[in-house]
Ligand binder design. Sequence first.
Ligand SMILES: CC(C)(COP(=O)(O)OP(=O)(O)OC[C@H]1O[C@@H](n2cnc3c(N)ncnc32)[C@H](O)[C@@H]1OP(=O)(O)O)[C@@H](O)C(=O)NCCC(=O)NCCS
Length: 187
Amino acid sequence: MITIPELKTERLIVSVLTPDDYEFLVKYESDNSSHLSQWQPTRIAEYFGVEETQKRVKLNFKNFQLGSSISLVAFDKSKSEIICLCTFSNVVYGAFQACNLGYSISEKNQGKGLMFEMLQASILYVFTEYNLHRIMANYIPSNVRSETLLDKLGFQKEGLAKSYLKIDGTWQDHVLTSKINPSQIDI
Ligand SMILES: CC(C)(COP(=O)(O)OP(=O)(O)OC[C@H]1O[C@@H](n2cnc3c(N)ncnc32)[C@H](O)[C@@H]1OP(=O)(O)O)[C@@H](O)C(=O)NCCC(=O)NCCS
């Protein structure tokens, strides 16, 4: 049986939402909708409603159990709210041993180094527990905060993909970056 992580950093507790925890995500997404919309695909309003969010949390938990996608959330130390979150999706094993990384932080907690703190712990967890070789993360060139963050985490720029993802209603170019696991074990 898979163990639910509880990673403790200086200011955060990083874990996985169980299906019963969906209300934390409803609040995070509702409080931060205008802050996050310009960096996300356009969604219909129902997507953020209680029912759909409940379904998404359930699906995320199932995918976590399957090892196909790892959605992590970082709580404050009293576990009262989500501060930031990240997802290691499209996990592929075998010769590729890789995944994609996406992340966001609540508007009020931006600029405090908390996203970095979460990702540093989460990347170590994913590299160690899943023995992945590569994590890929991509950003729109104007997303300077994302560029700085990935650079600090040791992601290397690999190119520019034209018209790569439909974000906020428009196909947008993305800078492609990756981080290679320095301690991956060949099995
Ligand atoms: C991208 C994003 C996650 C970056 O968040 P962030 O808070 O800027 O990232 P970091 O955790 O690296 O914090 C960096 C800032 O904290 C400061 N900082 C660093 N360590 C710190 C510490 N220990 N204590 C206090 N502040 C600290 C830095 O000086 C920097 O401040 P600055 O932005 O004023 O220069 C955030 O802007 C976001 O959620 N954007 C919307 C969603 C998004 O773009 N997702 C990614 C799509 S590719």
